[in-house]
Design a protein around this ligand. Structure first.
Ligand SMILES: [Zn+2]
Length: 496
C-alpha cells in the first residue's frame, strides 16, 4: 500500500465543535488518513512526500441532494415556480438512452469534483418508469468518476393530477390521455427494481457506491409505496431520501393526507426516524420542528434551488437551534443551474440574514461549512467521511493559498466560504485516490463528455417538443390553482 505524506499543509480540523486551521502533515495510507502529524515530524521512511506548505487542506464537501438526469438540461428551464418549472424539466428527461444517462451523470460528477465535492447523494428519476438498465448507466458513471455516491432511485406511483390540489373543474375539458393519465408501475415492482439495483451495486467501487431509496415526495406516492420504501430503508440500513414541503401547494396536499400535515403523515406511516432525509422542509407546521428533532430525522437544505424556484425559506436557524441534523444540497442543474456546493455553502451562510434582524441567529461561514462537511456526512450515514482525522477516509480538497480568495489570508474558514468558488483547487482526493489535479479530472476524459453532451442536447431540443406540448396542457390549471391558494395574488414575498 502506498503511503503519501502531505507535508505542512494548513488543515481545517474540528476542535471543540469548531473548524480550526492548523499547520499539520497528513499521512495517507491507501484509502485512509493514517495520522495527522506535527509539521516538524519526520515523514515515514519510504513514503511519497508532497510539499503542501502553500495549500489549505479541507475535508471533501458532501452534496446531499442532486438529480444527475437534469445535468443535460442545464440552462433550459425558464424562471418559474416549482409546479410550472417541473412541466418543462420532466419533459426533458423522457426517453433517454443509456449513454445519454451516463453522460448526464458524468457532467455533474465533473463539475462537482472540480468544485471540491467528494461525496454526493444522487436522487435519480428515470422517466417514464424506473428501469434497471438506466440505473446501471447512472451507477457506471459514478463508479468511473471516482467520487463517493449514494444513489437513491426515485419511486412514485400517483398520476400527476393526484399530486397537486387541482380543482376537477379546471381539468375536465383537457385531453390528458398522453400525460398524467398513464398507469404508474405498481409499487411492488418499483421496489423490486431498486432491490435488484441494490444487490448489484451497493458496496462496489471499493465501497464508494451505496444504494438507498428515494420516494419523490409523500404526495406523489401511495401509502403502500411509502411503507415499502420505509421497509427497504430499514432492511438495508440506508437513508430514505424524499422531497418534503417544498412549496405552499405541497403543504395543502399534506393536509389532504393528514389533518396535521405532511410531517405527521410520514410519522403515522412509521417513516419519521433517523434514516429519513427531508429534502427542502420549507413549509413546516409550528410543532414539526420538535417532531423532527425528537425523531432524529435529518433535513437537507437547498438554498439556491429554493431561491431559483421562489419556493420559500427553509427555517434553517430554528432547525439548528433545535439540534436537527442538517446537510446541504445543490439540487439539480435544471433549478440551480449548477452543482457547485461551495456556492450553496455561501448562500446557507448568509441567506437568512435577510429575514432575521438578530445576528445571533445568523448561520455564518463556520456553521455552514460544518453542514457541508461533517454535517452532510452524518445526514448520509457516511461515518468515515466529512472530517480530516486519523481513521477517516482520505476524502479531501487542497486549495492554493496563492490565489485571489485567500490573498491576504486572514480567516481561512470565512474566506473559503465567502470568497472561494473552486478556482483555487489544486487537487482533490477521494478514498486516497487523486480525482482532480490543476483544474482537470484525472479519471474522466472531460472534453469527450462535453462534446457528447452538446450532441445530445441538440437532439433533445429537436425531439422533445411534443412531450413539452403535452405537459403544458397543465399550465393553465396550475396557474388557477396557485391563485386559488392565494399565491401570486399579493405580489409580495411568502417568507413566513
Ligand atoms: Zn430535488
Amino acid at each position: 500500500m502506498t503511503i503519501t505524506w502531505f507535508q505542512n499543509a494548513l488543515c481545517l480540523v474540528e476542535e471543540g465543535g469548531e473548524l480550526s486551521a492548523r499547520r499539520l502533515s497528513i499521512e495517507i495510507d491507501g484509502q485512509t488518513i493514517r495520522a495527522l502529524h506535527d509539521p516538524e515530524a519526520a515523514p515515514t521512511p519510504g513514503c511519497d512526500v508532497i510539499d503542501a506548505a502553500g495549500l489549505l487542506a479541507v475535508p471533501g464537501l458532501v452534496n446531499c441532494h442532486t438529480h444527475s438526469p437534469d445535468n443535460l438540461a442545464r440552462g433550459t428551464s425558464p424562471d418559474l415556480p416549482l409546479e410550472l418549472w417541473s412541466l418543462t424539466s420532466s419533459a426533458a428527461r423522457e426517453g433517454r438512452t443509456s449513454r445519454e444517462i451516463y453522460v448526464s451523470t458524468m457532467l455533474g460528477a465533473i463539475e462537482m469534483m472540480r468544485s471540491g465535492t467528494t461525496s454526493v447523494l444522487d436522487h435519480v428519476k428515470i422517466s417514464p418508469d424506473i428501469d434497471l438498465e438506466a440505473l446501471d448507466a447512472v451507477a457506471s458513471a459514478w463508479a468511473d468518476s471516482g467520487l463517493r455516491v449514494t444513489i437513491a432511485p426515485i419511486v412514485a406511483d400517483r398520476p400527476i393530477i393526484e399530486t397537486m390540489p387541482f380543482d376537477v373543474d379546471d381539468l375536465k375539458d383537457l385531453d390528458l390521455s398522453g400525460y398524467g393519465a398513464r398507469m404508474p408501475m405498481p409499487a411492488a415492482e418499483q421496489i423490486a427494481v431498486v432491490e435488484a439495483f441494490h444487490q448489484k451495486w451497493h458496496g462496489t467501487g471499493e465501497g464508494r457506491l451505496k444504494v438507498a431509496i428515494g420516494p419523490s415526495g409523500p404526495q406523489r406516492c401511495s401509502d403502500d409505496l411509502l411503507v415499502r420504501a420505509g421497509d427497504f430503508s430499514e432492511r438495508h440500513a440506508t437513508v430514505l431520501h424524499t422531497h418534503v414541503l417544498e412549496t405552499r401547494l405541497q403543504r395543502e396536499m399534506g393536509f389532504r393526507l393528514n389533518p396535521r400535515g405532511m410531517i405527521s403523515h410520514l410519522g403515522s406511516l412509521g417513516l419519521l426516524n433517523s434514516r429519513i432525509n427531508l429534502v427542502h422542509a420549507i413549509w413546516l407546521e409550528e410543532d414539526d420542528i420538535e417532531r423532527i428533532a425528537e425523531a432524529g430525522a435529518t433535513v437537507v437544505h437547498n438554498p439556491v434551488s429554493n431561491a431559483r424556484l421562489g419556493s420559500g425559506f427553509c427555517p434553517l436557524p430554528r432547525l439548528l437551534a433545535h439540534g436537527v441534523r442538517i446537510g446541504l444540497g445543490t439540487d439539480s442543474a435544471a433549478c440551480n443551474d449548477g452543482v457547485n456546493l461551495l456556492e450553496t455553502v455561501k448562500w446557507a451562510a448568509i441567506l437568512h440574514n435577510l429575514i432575521d434582524e438578530n445576528e445571533a441567529n445568523w448561520v455564518g461561514p463556520q456553521r455552514a461549512l460544518k453542514l457541508a462537511t461533517s454535517g452532510g456526512a452524518d445526514v448520509l450515514g457516511l461515518h468515515n467521511a466529512g472530517r480530516l482525522a486519523a481513521g477517516m477516509a482520505a476524502d479531501m480538497v487542497f486549495f492554493r493559498l496563492a490565489s485571489p480568495a485567500f490573498s491576504p489570508l486572514n480567516d481561512p474558514v470565512r474566506q473559503l466560504v465567502l470568497s472561494e468558488t473552486g478556482s483555487a483547487i489544486e487537487r482533490v482526493l477521494v478514498n486516497g485516490r487523486e480525482v482532480v489535479r490543476n483544474d482537470r479530472s484525472m479519471l474522466v476524459e472531460e472534453a469527450g463528455i462535453w462534446a457528447e453532451a452538446a450532441e445530445f442536447a441538440e437532439r433533445n431540443r429537436r425531439d422533445n417538443q411534443s412531450a413539452l406540448a403535452a405537459t403544458h396542457l397543465l399550465e393553465a390549471p396550475i396557474r388557477k390553482m396557485r391563485t386559488r391558494y392565494g399565491i401570486n395574488m399579493h405580489g409580495g414575498c411568502s417568507c413566513h
